[in-house]
Design a binder for this molecule. Sequence first.
Ligand SMILES: N[C@@H](CCC(=O)N[C@@H](CS)C(=O)NCC(=O)O)C(=O)O
Length: 336
Amino acid sequence: MKCLEAALAASLLVVAPMANAQTLQTVQDRGTLVCGVSQGVPGFSSPDDKGNWTGLDVDFCRALAAAIFNDAKKVRFVPLSAKDRFTALQSFEIDVLSRNSTWTSSRDTSLGFNFTAIVYYDGQGFMVRKSLKVNSALELNGASVCAQTGTTNELNLADYFRANRMKYEVIAFATADETIKAYDAGRCDAFTTDVSQLTAERLKLTNPGDHVILPEVISKEPLAPVVRHGDDQWFDLVKWTHFAMVNAEELGVSSKNIDEALKSDKPDVRRLVGTEGNYGEQLGVSKDWVVRIVRQVGNYGEVFDRNVGAGSRLGIARGLNNLWNKGGLQYAPPIR
Ligand SMILES: N[C@@H](CCC(=O)N[C@@H](CS)C(=O)NCC(=O)O)C(=O)O
């Protein structure tokens, strides 16, 4: 019996990953990366009038495509609601989910996923009308709160009000548009989601200046691209795409000076840009994978600034998303 169990376990170990271990090959054969994004959160993933997708989550997929194909445009974006995003990944409709998704233990285990690397450290907050004259979330006893179905935000909301012995009524919607429209129309006293999304969604309100984001941040929302369990090669490539962009920023390598970086004699820059070692090949892509990413998409700081940071309409400070050696939490393991 013992032997049989061991044999079964051994066969499962081999069979489980094999069933699913072909993502990079599938993407290469298809010639396009299929990337799950939101249905529209400015700064993270939203289509313009011509259907061109932009944002931090979008650029992450473009970086992955640059590494794989040397062409950041070879991505098909699939807009997904909060409720549908995980089924789309489980059912192989997408190769990777890059959609402001919070890394939680149950999503990482029982849903059958791996969260790759934290591309944005976020936390949940509240927005209210200034005319409500509320300065703190602790003054929201009895409030009605708009939220989106299938998010961590719904759950944190319940925890926060229970912990602070306050009453509330949740009004939940399936899409971001319905949620923000309901809030704009005055159907709820407050709107809750991750602070970055509050900042982004505020731009869609009739009079953004009439609304304020309250100071409390009630949860940890580490946002990370997600892949399916059972494909370590793909998991590695997706996670190292983020690490490459962070390492590039840390080493001062950007889209503006990438050609000089190729001539650098600094050992860590040489490993990053592939003039030394075969680190790209070890991931299943080419030696110059980081050069492709940085040239076509940029380093992490460039991507942050133009989409959500100082160079964008959102103007979000780097804060927790600054590099570890500049007071933030972005810390990438070394390429070597
Ligand atoms: N980070 C949270 C919330 C993610 C989320 O879906 N937030 C809404 C708030 S606006 C959103 O991005 N909606 C965009 C959409 O459904 O397209 C989670 O992973 O559950």
